[in-house]
Design a protein around this ligand. Structure first.
Ligand SMILES: Cc1cc2nc3c(=O)[nH]c(=O)nc-3n(C[C@H](O)[C@H](O)[C@H](O)COP(=O)(O)OP(=O)(O)OC[C@H]3O[C@@H](n4cnc5c(N)ncnc54)[C@H](O)[C@@H]3O)c2cc1C
Length: 727
């Protein structure tokens, strides 16, 4: 492990110069009274970042910038005539030795030069790493004067001891000799993999019906109330540092008890909303859902149960903070109806925890099931399922799931606020064990379930379906920032409570209020370090909402595995989707101005105003509504030039009428590609089964689909079927 002391001084110099590029303290209009304090804090932040970088996957970037011959695109750079590139290649110590006047031009070239296809991702990774570190709370709080939200209870460890769920003795046993986990009462009826809305709802319903159920969850089990779990990076896939292979979209997905429901914003879209009903209608028309099982009446009854169990509530108009009011007013001025969200949260001020108000799946669905003394839901958290295990019949083709192999992870105990080993199995981390069951329900989410299926397919050809992972839906979103004359204070009061659904069913985009801390805002502001400072230092006057695209599936957009078994997410917008998205962003800009914004920022350093002599290191801020027309004409959504975020991953293991069309049948059983029949006891119930986008924020639909799925299972789902021919 490197300490700052023993880091190569040339690399340390490169870091210092990069820090100065993105936070050019001498040029920033920092109020003189606090300038020395800011300088002191900046020095500490810079040292901390270098230390962190030296132990992270980012360090090779610093090495390459210091010793350019080590860059993967060095020979291509050599052939460039660009003066800044030539200066960079010749400078002793690379970027650290570069003259000030060449620093911005080098980044301009990396973003927009003739090698941009190769270098823009490199430039964006550096930009994101520096801006998110610089604008983290130590510098952001004194500069923006925000009151940061409290993440942890004062003594999370003590809070956790007092409020951890009291669990009955475990019915699970670990046999170290055979490396198997068994249930003391007999065969396990259902193994459920993943505890997001899909998995938690399945556990809740099946356990309530008296089934012997065991849940396996990769992430930690946080004691509810001990922290604000929303968007906490340790509880997200790859520590919230995930993106597509080309860094075209930042991807966010929960990895903790409760899955996405524990980290998300809780915006609850009813599955009866027009935009979702139009999708369900299409799936019924295609025979993918049964018209009776998924009729609006049945969905309404199931959704009512979900709302009751979760505690979904309606927001009232008087709860709206100024940030929500901006989208509300902008939409009204534009001539469309804004709506108030339903939220899975305690009413304002009524949460028993001062730092958390979320009604997530772990709290609302799993806790009670775990506490049933007669038939407790067995839970193995901090454990990753590697693959499903099968028996194969004598025909060599027909398979049946027998259980899963899982590996125990090191638990997250940094704040002492997690329930470690709730089933008291005492299996050392790193150990791989097996657990058998009569049936397996995969609910590990769009990334997790795809990974388990692809891994399992390596040794079980019967499930090696080429459809696994294909047709990924992301709901990419372009966040817009409006800068107002008046104070907005987006961190104050209830965040994210308004949305506009008018364009949801068609052409297919939705506006949603958005907030975030300065470190997130900084990433959205185009241009150089000074441009970012000028915008972020006005944080108190900023409002935000996003344009979210209801995107169209394409086989090129997929989740797959690399040679080491790591997940790769590939995603590019199709031309028709770009066209719809452009129109959506342009309407968003107009609504932001109509709400009174003086400036509007879109997170892009593309030349969307078609300016002559455009430079991506000079930030372009919109100052009048009519510029929306130019954005609509020119924005290309170029990866690493326009920032897109996504948190609604779906549709990689679609319901299909045959293995040629989908990964699971209409009964949500995994297709056997060798026999064309369903694997009788292997199911998927999570966001990955949707044939296309579900049409809006998916959480409530996933809960509702899971309730309907369990109703069907418990009523005795029909026997395994064969694929419908010729689909
Ligand atoms: C930051 C953020 C904000 C969001 N905001 C909203 C919102 O406001 N409204 C809305 O409707 N939706 C929102 N979403 C999306 C919503 O949370 C997801 O669509 C939903 O949680 C998906 O549910 P799921 O059941 O498919 O699986 P997930 O919630 O993804 O849960 C899957 C679980 O499986 C676990 N897992 C994965 N692999 C394995 C394995 N191999 N072994 C064991 N366990 C495994 C994971 O750790 C995870 O906990 C948001 C998501 C995020 C990340």
């Amino acid at each position: 492990m490197n300490t700052v002391k023993d880091i190569d001084p040339n690399i340390a110099k490169t870091h210092a110069v990069l820090f100065d590029t993105w936070f050019p303290i001498e040029q920033l209009p920092i109020p003189p009274a606090i300038a020395p304090d800011i300088a002191n804090i900046a020095a500490q932040v810079s040292a901390g970042m270098l230390q962190a970088f030296s132990q992270s996957g980012f360090f090779p970037v610093l090495i390459g910038l210091t010793y350019p011959t080590k860059l993967p695109f060095y020979t291509q750079l050599q052939s460039s005539q660009n003066p800044a590139v030539q200066a960079f290649l010749k400078a002793t110590g690379g970027y650290g030795g570069l003259a000030v006047c060449d620093r911005h031009p080098l980044f301009s070239y990396l973003f927009d030069g003739d090698l941009a296809v190769v270098t823009a991702q490199f430039a964006m990774i550096i930009r994101e790493a520096y801006l998110s570190g610089i604008w983290d709370l130590p510098l952001a709080v004194p500069i923006t004067e925000i009151q940061p939200p409290q993440v942890f209870m004062q003594n999370p460890e003590i809070y956790a001891k007092r409020h951890a769920p009291v669990l009955p003795p475990s019915h699970l046993r670990y046999d170290a000799a055979t490396q198997t986990i068994q249930h003391q009462d007999g065969a396990i009826d259902y193994l459920v993999i993943g505890s997001g809305p899909g998995g938690a709802a399945v556990c809740h319903e099946l356990q309530k019906a008296g089934k012997r159920v065991v849940l396996i969850e990769k992430g930690p089990f946080v004691v509810w109330g001990s922290m604000d779990t929303r968007s906490y990076s340790r509880l997200l896939f790859r520590n919230d540092q995930a993106s597509t292979v080309t860094n075209s979209v930042i991807i966010r997905s929960g990895e903790t008890m409760g899955g996405g429901s524990t980290v998300n914003i809780d915006l609850a879209f009813s599955p009866l909303a027009a935009t979702i009903q139009s999708r369900i209608g299409q799936w019924i028309a295609q025979g993918l859902l049964d018209a009776e099982e998924y009729s609006p009446e049945k969905i309404a009854v199931a959704y009512q149960r979900v709302r009751q169990d979760i505690g979904t509530r309606e927001v009232s108009q008087d709860e709206l903070n100024q940030d929500n009011q901006v989208l509300w007013n902008g939409a009204k001025a534009f001539g469309v109806d804004p709506s108030l969200y339903h939220l899975n949260r305690f009413p304002t001020g009524l949460s028993p925890s001062p730092v958390d108000d979320k009604l997530d799946a772990a709290r609302q669905l799993l806790r009670k099931a775990m506490q049933d003394t007669a038939n407790p839901l067995g839970v193995i958290c901090d454990a990753s399922v590697d693959q499903i295990q099968f028996t194969t019949e004598s025909d060599g083709k027909t398979v049946q799931a027998t259980g899963v192999a899982l590996t125990i992870n090191s638990p997250w105990t940094d704040y002492g606020n997690t329930v470690v080993d709730p089933s008291n199995l005492q299996i050392p981390p790193g150990t791989t064990v097996s657990i058998a069951a009569n049936a397996v329900v995969l609910a590990a989410g769009t990334i997790g379930t795809t990974r388990v299926l692809l891994n399992s397919a390596k040794s079980t050809p019967a499930i090696a379906n080429s459809r696994i992972g294909k047709g990924l839906i992301l709901h990419p979103s372009v966040p817009l920032i409006g800068i107002f004359d008046q104070t907005i204070n987006l961190l104050e009061g209830l965040d994210s409570a308004t949305f506009v659904e008018a364009f949801g069913p068609t052409p297919g985009f939705i506006y949603e209020t958005m907030g975030g801390l300065p470190a997130y805002g900084a990433l959205l502001v185009p241009g150089n370090g000074q441009d970012v400072y000028n915008a972020v230092s006005q944080f108190g006057n900023c409002a935000g909402f996003g344009t979210m695209l209801v995107d169209t599936p394409s086989d090129d957009n997929c989740v797959s595995l690399d040679d080491q078994g790591n997940v790769m997410v590939q995603y590019n917008l199709s031309e028709p989707d770009k066209q719809r998205f452009r129109a959506g962003v342009a309407i968003g800009i107009r609504m932001m101005f109509m709400a009174g914004a003086k400036q509007v920022i879109i997170p892009s350093n593309e030349n969307f105003l078609n300016l002559p002599n455009f430079d991506p290191m000079v930030g372009v801020v919109l100052t009048e509504s009519s510029q929306a027309d130019l954005v609509e004409q020119n924005l290309q959504f170029i990866p690493n030039r326009t920032l897109l975020t996504a948190a609604h991953l779906q549709a990689t293991n679609k319901i299909g009428l045959s293995p040629n069309q989908g990964v699971v049948s209409t009964n949500q059983r995994v297709w056997n590609v060798l026999t064309g029949a369903e694997v009788p006891n292997l199911y998927v119930m999570d966001s990955s089964i949707f044939p296309t986008s579900v049409g809006a924020n998916p959480m409530q639909s996933i809960y509702t689909f899971a309730y309907l799925f369990c109703d069907r299972l418990l009523q005795g789902m029909e026997q395994p079927q064969n694929a419908i021919a010729a689909t």
